[in-house]
Design a protein around this ligand. Structure first.
Ligand SMILES: *Cc1c(COP(=O)(O)O)cnc(C)c1O
Length: 355
């Protein structure tokens, strides 16, 4: 068997969930398990996050999978339904729906559902992606409240800059002002706002990335936040090359040795979800020693500098990210964020779960 595997540590998921709870002890926690549980496997993620009050997914199929696996938690569809048939299916499944625009609102107004549903009505507080603009929100709430089969309303918004130095200030004020006439429960905070802005915790928080042990911030590590990595992407060296000074490695010969070097060839490439943009110098651990990648990442392989790890040989253990190398460090080296790498884990990588 090809040695590349992803191992999902459920105890780390449980630990990170408790961290989220510690940050926002008075809120209900909607654990976000969209995108196949941020790449960890939807059901694996849900198992590790059983203590959550609710789950949030994007596609109705994911909600069906959770139900089929026996999870009875309330489930929120983060973008609501995409067509009328889904509205009826969602009601059958007892799902909670985001309603973010006029079309979705009209869908709800123009039908009758036997089972009552609950709605998270989204305010566009400045992200300008989804949600009703503030001047349309009052009217939208009134219309939703009139629909007989809607039995619960939560007001919600999503922050554009909770993770950087600009913070949530103007969006928070916009949300508070716009929802002031109502006494419905509120939901605002993603991971970044859970950690930095207790004033935005309100009734329901929506942690995602922090649960998977990656930091929502560019300038604070997951370790500093006491989050534990959940996914370990690990492989082995499948070959070793000795380079003389002047010899190069990989496509494009972008890395040229300036002295005699040893290079370990790792069974992991961009077809596995490892970022091709990660250039020479990206951290990688061989036999538990942190070293660097060399040259271009290819489809099925990448190369690691083992010049200073004399005991490394074909078969040596390699960690691409996990315990020794944070996914955020690899992401930074590739000019992206941990979220993208975790979600992009390719289906050909087998996922194992440990309790
Ligand atoms: C994905 C998502 C979240 C989770 O965000 P993180 O930054 O991963 O914590 C929360 N709310 C909404 C609406 C989302 O789409």
């Amino acid at each position: 068997m090809r040695p590349l595997t992803a191992t999902i540590d459920l105890s780390a998921l449980r630990h990170n969930f408790l961290r989220a709870k510690a940050y926002a002890p008075n809120a209900k926690h909607i654990a976000v398990v969209k995108a196949n549980g941020y790449g960890h496997g939807l059901i694996n993620a849900a198992r590790g996050l059983q203590a959550a009050d609710m789950f949030a997914v994007l596609r109705i199929e994911e909600a069906v999978q959770l139900r089929e696996a026996g999870f009875l938690h309330p489930i929120l569809l983060l973008e609501g339904v995409f067509e009328m048939a889904e509205l009826h299916e969602a009601a059958q499944l007892g799902l909670h729906l985001v309603v973010h625009d006029e079309q979705q609102l009209q869908m709800l107004e123009s039908t009758y559902l036997k089972r009552s549903i609950s709605v998270f009505l989204k305010l566009n507080s400045g992200m300008n992606r989804l949600g009703f603009k503030p001047d349309r929100y009052f009217d939208a709430v009134q219309r939703i409240a009139k629909i007989k089969y809607v039995h619960g309303i939560v007001t919600m918004t999503h922050f554009a800059t909770a993770d950087d130095e600009r913070g949530i200030a103007s969006q928070f004020v916009q949300f508070e002002t716009t929802t002031a006439p109502f006494s419905y429960p509120k939901s605002m905070a993603n991971s970044a706002a859970i950690i930095r802005y207790p004033q935005a915790h309100a009734d329901y928080v929506r942690p995602g990335i922090m649960l998977y042990g990656s930091s929502p911030f560019a300038d604070v590590s997951a370790k500093a936040l006491h989050l534990k990595p959940v996914m370990q992407l690990a492989s082995k060296l499948i070959g070793v090359q000795a380079l003389s000074a002047g010899e190069s490695v990989g496509y494009g010969q972008t890395f040229v040795a300036d002295k005699p070097m040893r290079v370990g060839v790792v069974a992991c490439g961009y077809a596995d979800g490892y970022p091709r943009h990660a250039g020479t110098g990206t951290p990688v651990a061989v036999d538990g020693v942190i070293t660097r990648t060399l040259g271009r990442v290819s489809m099925d392989m990448l190369c690691a500098d083992i010049t200073d790890i004399p005991e490394a040989e074909a078969g040596s253990h390699v960690e691409l990210w996990g315990e020794y190398v944070s996914v955020d460090a690899v992401a930074a080296s590739a000019g992206t964020i941990g979220y993208e790498l975790l979600c992009a884990l390719a289906p050909r990588v087998p996922i194992f779960m440990i309790e």
